[in-house]
Ligand binder design. Structure first.
Ligand SMILES: [Zn+2]
Length: 156
């Protein structure tokens, strides 16, 4: 008799289903949010919640960086607020180098032909820093785009 109750019978689902009785089938349920799933909480909503939280943290981080970035302009000896960020960064390195006593010629700076007291230092292809030579130091005055430069004609 024992031979007819082999392992095969348990798995076949014939008669009393021992397998289901010992290991109840996990049933999908509907959460209050309307999603269906397993477990105590809705994983779809939990995932969305985590994503929202991450995005909120990213936004807070960006706000903080913006505030810090804007605060730095107050420390610049010249107004750099209207310039693109990479021009701001490059301008600051040159301002710092000049105030540390480095020669403007190290940055490709040149005196204007029509006004030898004015020095023009290239920042990027489209921007240059106008400085005044006060005899001992090179004092940054402003950073101009190519277009602004042609309109203002510094040193004239
Ligand atoms: Zn949900």
């Amino acid at each position: 008799m024992l031979s007819s109750y082999g392992l095969g019978d348990f798995d076949s689902g014939v008669g009393l289903n021992q397998h289901d009785w010992f290991m109840p089938k996990r049933r999908k349920k509907t959460f209050p949010c309307g999603h269906k799933g397993y477990g105590q909480i809705c994983h779809r909503c939990a995932q969305e919640e985590a994503l929202k939280e991450q995005q909120e943290q990213d936004r807070a981080q960006k706000r903080m960086e913006k505030i810090q970035w804007e605060a730095l302009f107050a420390e610049d000896p010249i107004d750099l607020t209207a310039l693109p960020p990479h021009v701001v960064v490059k301008s600051r390195t040159i301002v710092a180098a000049l105030s540390a006593g480095q020669d403007y010629r190290e940055f490709g700076g040149k005196r204007l032909r029509h006004n030898r007291d004015i020095i023009s230092i290239p920042i990027t292809r489209n921007y240059r820093m106008i400085c005044h030579d006060n005899g001992t130091t090179t004092v940054p005055q402003e950073v101009l785009s190519h277009e602004d430069y042609n309109v203002k004609k510094p040193g004239c």
